[in-house]
Design a protein around this ligand. Structure first.
Ligand code: CP
Ligand code: NVA
Length: 301
């Protein structure tokens, strides 16, 4: 698993506490779990609380199914009931839940909320998406790329779209596994320049320049959860950034299309791209289950 018992990070909030060994250990474990279709009792009697401020299909379902397959249980708590920061301060929520369950997975608006949960809960905390990071998604993406190309070293992945949470996690993890990123965003939607620099990523405002010859083209929605009031402006600003047949044709001949889903068809992608021959989108979605299991085994096992 991720390092030995003493050095293994206690949480997965982003990849800042992880090194190459830690990330590769998650991936090796996920591959093994997928290959053996492992179900067992490693997390028998353990409970994961899912504290979600926003909706989810993949993240919630895969975390719940992963807990069940590993012999444990998940309790879903939505924001309407819990009212993190409204009905009760985040610190109090964390200190209560830490007395009831063996782990927390939290989907939050502000990254600071998941950091505060990790500070006060006293049990491992997994970021199930914040405004800053989506590490569970990045692990599933790495597994999908490895299955498609046999490894990550020397692969070039083009990101076309918003400089958002999903991209941030890819930028963090890419240099740990030797993946090269080629990022294209409209002006004003760039990711953190520090993350770009540390990843050694190529950056442009021209989608075609990013995609030409790349092994994969990755996009995500232009309007993330919580940004709905910016939608009209974003629709204007992202014109020319849609993934469609024309953009896909610029990829390497073996190049594939990735999307974390949900997709907003007619905006960042066409429906044909997601359901077409280059798409690995539903492998990515499936791999959320195997990588979630690996993370839960490492942190709660
Ligand atoms: N990709 C992803 O995290 O999907 P959900 O928002 O449905 O969980
Ligand atoms: N960037 C998207 C990802 C959804 C999985 C969002 O934050 O809404």
């Amino acid at each position: 698993m991720a390092g030995d018992a003493l050095t293994r990070p206690r949480h997965l909030l982003d990849f800042s506490a992880y090194d190459r060994k830690g990330v590769e250990a998650f991936l090796a474990s996920a591959e093994e779990l997928k290959r053996t279709r492992y179900r067992g009792e490693d997390l028998k009697g353990k409970v994961l609380a899912l504290l979600f401020e926003k909706p989810s299909l993949r993240t919630r379902t895969t975390l719940e199914v992963a807990m069940l397959h590993l012999g444990g249980h998940a309790v879903y708590l939505d924001q309407k009931q819990v009212g993190i920061g409204e009905r009760e301060p985040v610190k109090d929520v964390a200190k209560n839940l830490g007395r009831f369950v063996e782990g927390l997975a939290a989907r939050v608006y502000r990254h600071e909320t998941v950091e505060a949960l990790a500070r006060y809960a006293g049990v491992p905390v997994v970021n199930a998406l914040s405004d800053r990071a989506h590490p569970l998604q990045a692990l599933a993406d790495l597994l999908t790329l490895k299955e498609t190309f046999g490894g990550w070293e020397g692969l070039e992945v083009a990101w076309v779209g918003d400089g958002n949470n999903v991209l941030n996690s890819l930028l963090e993890v890419a240099p740990l596994v030797g993946l090269k990123l080629r990022v294209a965003t409209p002006k004003g939607y760039e990711p953190d320049p520090d993350l770009l620099r540390r990843a050694g990523a190529f950056f442009t405002n021209d989608p075609k320049e990013a995609v030409l010859g790349a092994h994969a083209l990755y996009t995500d929605v232009w309007t993330s959860m919580g940004q709905e009031e910016e939608r009209e402006r974003r629709l204007r600003d992202f014109q020319g950034f849609q993934v469609n047949g024309e953009l896909l044709s610029l990829l390497h001949p073996e190049g594939v299309f990735l999307h974390c889903l949900p997709a907003h068809y007619g905006e960042e992608t066409t429906e044909e791209a997601v359901h077409g021959p280059r798409s690995r989108v539903f492998d990515q979605a499936e791999n959320r289950l195997h990588t979630a299991k690996a993370v839960l085994l490492a942190l709660l096992g």
